[in-house]
Design a protein around this ligand. Sequence first.
Ligand code: NAD
Length: 371
Amino acid sequence: MRIAVLKERANGETRVSATPETVKKFIALGATVAVEAGAGGTASIADADYAAAGAEVVKDAAKGADIVLGVQGPDSKALKGANAGAWIVAGLDPFGQRARVDEYAKAGFEALAMEFMPRITRAQSMDILSSQSNLAGYKAVIEAANLYGRAFPMMMTAAGTVSAAKCFVMGVGVAGLQAIATARRLGAQVSATDVRSATKEQIQSLGAKPIFVESVAGIEGEGAGGYATEMSEEYQKAQAELVSGHIAKQDIVITTALIPGRPAPRLISDTQIASMKPGSVIFDLAVAQGGNVEGSKADEVVERHGVKIFGYSNTPAKLPADASALFARNLYNFLSAFWDKEAGRPVLDEEIGNAVRLTQGGKVVNERLLG
Ligand code: NAD
């Protein structure tokens, strides 16, 4: 069983899909590991560190590979020489990169999309969306604090008092919860909202104030797999009204709302931005999925009505060392959980296999792509 670790080729991608720690663990399972030279450079991991962990550091890592690991989906050039039927295990962006999925099928690869990992307890340690969103939620607050021309905590000084920043988090999934916790640690007064009423308690338990639409039913408990669905027009209208009143009093807004397979819901309009105080900051974590905020542009600080709006196309890539360490562990936890000692390779079960497998036997087989 030969595992390849590729150098990421996508613009702005700084992460790597294996670390010396996970390389060692794969070797302990009986695999050989080939790491493409320079793969860890942007995540502060030297080729020598991979070699010391037992990896072969080579130019053409995919050659002869049975499993190819990536952070993002590799193109056919990067996969040159991989064995017939090789597994490609990465964040494959199945909806956004559909043509590439078709190419994997045509080439006979078995593509496994890590973002399709089911949200079940035993798969938590394999979930790249959670591990990367967690870091993204933290980074969003740090970047917003950096752009904000004032302090976050209340400070009583001899020259007078600085008041605490008011921070509003919209969308309280994994990223939103971390954003609340980070803003609280920095001393902001934090409030938050979501369409899933189950998040109300979570917001309170972090010491923040829940802001919820009460007049129209939201999503009771958890939607399918814990995800949100698109809300009714009536709900969206009530939400916009509620947000308008609240947002005008905020200094920092962090938006994180996503709906799988759909463009991100629009949560903040230009009129609402205009109601905010000049100097306020909005960080749009969903900017790469279409954006929660009108006028937000990836990787560019946009100033509207004196409000700075910002968001990265790839937020976890701004914390390459930690993001790689967690991503690599997710991949190792996934493959090792299914490792069949006799076969000397992982053998997936039906529940997780069917959820993550996009292509097999020359065809696209995943229900979410076919349906
Ligand atoms: P996500 O990234 O898909 O979306 C972020 C948040 O935006 C969600 O909380 C969603 O409800 C919210 N949202 C969507 N539309 C909105 C709107 N119009 N207004 C306001 N908010 C809106 O979510 P996520 O971070 O992936 O987490 C979703 C849930 O799944 C959470 O409850 C999380 O704890 C759970 N989860 C479970 C597992 C597991 O059991 N293995 C793993 C990860 C996450």
